[in-house]
Design a protein around this ligand. Structure first.
Ligand code: ZN
Length: 485
């Protein structure tokens, strides 16, 4: 990173979008000079994303403290034609939060806007600002004797605004839905600086178009989410966690069917992990143990949550029935909180462990649940035909049909040589996804990483409509340029 002064950034040629020399002082006047970051060393944390795929540049990082400040900032950017990259915890996996390399955009960080605005236990709602971390949202719900179910690996640092902008998923979607399903209302700053104040707590409101759902999942390209009304749920009274060993993904889908059938809405988590994933985790992790006495080709981390008594009995009955039908080979029920944590460690450490095993070409895809077994067989055959020895590490949210279908390099292969196949392997996997009527981005979004892919896989009428909405809501194209559409 070169040391670039504030003046240096302004003198950098950037064509017709050259910012006016008084832009930074005017931003400082809105948000306070101490909340304007211009020194290169201080901006580093905002310009690089966690997978190290994109390294951006920016005029500055602006850290407003209120919705009024965001609105004033956007109005200024609209007036001067300055482009804005909204950012939460900077944990996104597709470069949606990273500015371009041109250096003519500003990063608008929402992290100072982290206040709790209201708790309404009877309405089961929480109103929070966009910069609150997901972990803090969960804690506020807990304090109100309620439960906010959105849960994902980066919850300690990702923000609820980022979760909404990307319609985040995670490990409890099966029971509670994704970020979109957990939101009743939004406050959004529009591209002309107006504030859409739709902080509705209503479960029923049929007064026209569902505007909030335009902004949820739009990855900051249509407006800047500044606050949200979130749905709360009763705290589960009982949780049961079990690690199951089975033959293949076909049996995993049978187990999911049986679990739904025997427990109703109590299946909270249903994660598939192949043996190769367990091997990676045990090789690279410390203090982790094989969950079952002998090895199995596939595993499921299954969690049930319930409001009523007798959950342990229902889990036992489910496992007995699954054993009797020869769906599962073995199972271990977590007998303590520590054991539950140990089971979750095996799942949560997997992406990390895969990184330590060498190059990994990643896919975040979904197909109909019933198609998952055939999909995985076809992917494994096609990938290993292209590259013998490549190791398919397909794991994740089978209960939602969402598989992190990652391909690890062959043992002892050259990492750079393997990663050079990124596009080719992507194409192989995505072709099979499309053949199964699936999605090439189930929960991480499009961002920069998949923007070029989108026209190849998205229905052309749908894509047209997306571009029409973008042009209508952001006619100058100031919000998150070069992302999604
Ligand atoms: Zn995931």
């Amino acid at each position: 990173m070169s040391s670039k002064t504030k003046t240096g950034a302004l003198q950098k040629p950037s064509g017709s979008n050259m910012p006016r020399a008084d832009l930074l002082p005017r931003i400082a006047a809105i948000i306070g000079a101490k909340n304007l970051v211009t020194q290169a060393a201080d901006m580093v944390a905002y310009l690089n994303e966690p997978r190290d795929l994109f390294h951006g540049k920016a005029l500055c990082v602006a850290r407003p403290g209120s919705t009024a400040e965001v609105a004033a900032l956007v109005a200024l950017c609209a007036e001067t034609g300055t482009k804005i990259v909204p950012q939460g915890g900077n944990t996104g996996l597709v470069g949606g939060q990273t500015p371009s390399e041109r250096g003519d955009e500003i990063v608008l960080s929402l992290t100072r806007m982290n206040r709790l605005r209201e708790v309404d236990a009877s309405s089961n709602t929480l109103i929070v600002e966009a910069g609150m971390t997901l972990a803090q949202v969960q804690a506020e719900a807990d304090r109100a004797e309620r439960y906010f179910p959105l849960s994902l690996a980066s919850e300690g640092s990702c923000t609820i605004g980022g979760n909404l902008a990307t319609n985040a998923g995670g490990t409890a979607v099966l029971a509670y839905g994704n970020a979109r399903d957990l939101t009743l209302g939004l406050e959004v700053v529009l591209a002309d600086g107006r504030i859409l104040s739709d902080l509705s707590k209503l479960r029923k409101d049929n007064t026209g178009y569902d505007l909030k759902n335009l902004f949820i999942g739009s990855e900051g390209t249509l407006g800047i989410i500044t606050a949200a009304v979130l749905k709360l749920y009763p705290k589960p009274r009982a949780i049961e966690t079990v690690f199951v060993g089975l033959r293949d993904p076909h049996q995993a889908v049978r187990l999911l069917d049986l679990a739904h059938d025997m427990t109703g809405g109590e299946v909270k988590t249903f994660e598939l992990i192949p043996r190769v994933g367990i091997d990676f985790v045990l090789t690279h992790g410390e203090g982790l143990r094989d969950p079952l006495p002998s090895a199995h080709a596939q595993y499921v981390l299954l969690e049930l949550a319930s409001q009523s008594d007798g959950l342990a009995g229902r889990l036992l009955a489910l496992l007995e029935k699954a054993m009797e039908k020869e769906i599962i080979e073995d199972a271990a029920i977590a007998a303590s909180l520590d054991q539950r944590k140990a089971f979750w460690c095996l799942r949560e450490f997997l992406p990390d462990a895969q990184g330590r095993e060498g190059g990994s070409i990643k896919h975040d895809v979904s197909v109909p649940i019933s198609d998952v077994p055939a999909f995985l067989e076809e992917v494994e055959a096609a990938v290993t035909q292209r590259l013998p020895g490549a190791r398919l590490v397909a794991f994740g949210h089978l209960g939602d049909g969402n598989i992190h279908c990652n391909v690890s390099q062959p043992k002892d292969a050259d990492k750079a040589g393997f990663l050079a196949l990124w596009d080719e392997i992507n194409e192989i996997v995505h072709r099979i996804v499309i053949a199964h009527h699936g999605s090439i981005s189930a929960e991480h979004g499009i961002g920069r990483l998949k923007r070029e892919l989108l026209p190849k896989v998205k229905d052309s009428v749908a894509l047209d409509l997306m571009r029409t909405l973008k042009a209508t809501l952001d006619p100058q194209g100031i919000f998150n340029p070069g992302k999604v559409v």
